[in-house]
Ligand binder design. Sequence first.
Ligand SMILES: Cc1ncc(C[n+]2csc(CCOP(=O)(O)OP(=O)(O)O)c2C)c(N)n1
Ligand code: SF4
Ligand code: SF4
Ligand code: SF4
Length: 664
Amino acid sequence: VENPYIVVVTKESYLNSINVLHHIKNDGIFILNTNKTIDEIKESLPNNIKKDIVDKNLKFYIVDANAIALNNNIKNKISLIMESVIMKLSDLLDYKLYETKINDYLEEKFSNKSHSIIESNINAIKNIKVEEVIIIDYIANENKYLKTFVEMVNSKKGDKLKVSDFLDKKDGIYEAGTSAQEKRMISDNVPKYLKNNCIECNQCSFVCPHGVIRPYMLSEDEYNKAPDYVQEKCKKSIDPKLKDRYFTIGISIKDCTGCGLCVKACPGKQNEKALVFSSLLNELDENSDKAFDYLSKNIKPKGDINLNTIKGSQFKEPKFAFSGACAGCGETPYIKLLTQLFGDSMIVANATGCSSIYGGSVPSTPYTIPWASSLFEDNAEFGYGILIGNNVIRNRVKNIMLNSSVNDQNKELFDKWINNMNDYIITKEVYDNLDYYDLPIELVELKDYIPFRMVFTIGGDGWAYDIGYGGIDHVLSSNENVNILVLDTQVYSNTGGQTSKSTPLGSIAAFSAKGKSQNKKNLAKMALAYPQVYVAQVSLGYNGTHLIKAFNEAAKYDGPSIIIAYAPCIEHGIEGGMENSIYMEKLATESGFFPTFRYNPETKVFNLDSKNVNFDLYEEFLNKQNRYKMLSKVNKEHAEELIKLNKENAIATFEYYKKLSEEI
Ligand SMILES: Cc1ncc(C[n+]2csc(CCOP(=O)(O)OP(=O)(O)O)c2C)c(N)n1
Ligand code: SF4
Ligand code: SF4
Ligand code: SF4
């Protein structure tokens, strides 16, 4: 559609970045979903939007679809409401006819769901209130230039970029960390920090999938130097060992997706939460960005805090933040934590899947460490290739060092490097202190390879269990130091939830509309068949400490490692939505659905981290997800049997791990 007659905008924040009315027809209709009043919208509407409304003689209407959805128990489900508004305001269809037809449509669409969902949707449509806004003027001659490549693409003006704008990108290398520039403001509700209720546990930051909420511990000096708008958010630390420190939580509210995980996880003090939801509009003020920016630029983690704990790890800056993953995504907290633990000492090779899409929606990149994506089917080989390439070049660096005559300072640093080639801290120190004027030119050209970097190969279960399994097997059979992280959503999430070999028996997924009829593949068991492979299964919401241990052990182990991480996804249809994703991780392991363990070939110890599982919770866990709940409706005949077999498989698998933990 090049010249639409109707433009519907479902998120007000789009108005600031996209010229939504640029191509609309004269006398057309513009519909905006907003919680603002007519007066407020007249005040806040960007000038270019006002100009188009006036110049093109548009009819402009507002509707608060989110409030209508909330009041009618279909929280955040606004598409049907917006479609109905279009029907109301256009002459596409007689509205009375539409109202009667929509009932039939809803009955059919939600035939698998409870009748209350149909009623809620019908009530929502009945309660639609649309208001017309009259805009009569705008500021003439206002000229706004978009400065950067990223701004141009994000504001849908990529077609205006010239070939010469791409010259520095011709090898596919893009600026890192650009998602931080987006400030998408996609959530109307964001967390507000109530410092007096805070017990400094850092759980909020640990669970945030988007790197939006972060803790900071300020020294007395840092506190004294901080501007008022930062100081007023700080409180004296309650940690008796850190009495001279000040603690605060920074929130980049414009990047918040409103997933609710932080608010849910916050224990607060005496049942009073330290995070509560507040409207974005209330929280936005001239200092809302400044405080977060100040804290992230100026306050660094302190050496006397153990950074390898849940609490300590959160003081480290994530090198993966503000991605475009779904609100509450179960995959991203794992990647975020990985980058907090290892930061600049890692390189990511990414399989195609959700993680490559939110990981590299060029020009939006959430990573600030080296990251590359090849294909769906070859990521293990891709990561392996990066490692082998790195090793070859680093051996060349070693040979140059061994055969060059340099000054005493460099000679000493060369010796240090040669003896500690695979230690990031020491090799980085060498990199920082070399006298580059004294080095042979071929070594200067290879200087990026002086710091040691480990390779993490990341992807989903579709990649690891199915399409890329041959490569995974090949890499695991080697003795090379490749680390594999499988984000196990148990379906092909990115393409709409298709069945993978990780999908459990009885689970509903695309291509398994009546519940999967085959057993789930046990990838961990297959990896355990190789004696030299580090293997772990982890679940962030069950036990973050075990997860940190697994990441550290895999990174330290000088051989192949594979970590399979349970990751809830929107495709699971979790009761209450993705704000329960962390809770579902906990229940998955507690109920025996997803046992967690770590096997380390160095010690030959198999640690069954989830020792005391309670299979009585199994049905409760399954029934909190539509992928199982719907089975009795779509496959009445076999539902009971499938669920029974599913549980029997889980019990047998757990018994197998239990035996291993007793034997090895
Ligand atoms: C060879 C090939 N087949 C199919 C696709 C399409 N495709 C892209 S992502 C994806 C699913 C990825 O699923 P998974 O590996 O489980 O990752 P998730 O999206 O769940 O994170 C598919 C089928 C592709 N890119 N390449
Ligand atoms: S609501 Fe979600 S995205 Fe926003 S800060 Fe909390 S956890 Fe992060
Ligand atoms: S989860 Fe709550 S109590 Fe814990 S650090 Fe965050 S705000 Fe404070
Ligand atoms: S589809 Fe699932 S895995 Fe993909 S971003 Fe959304 S929640 Fe995450």
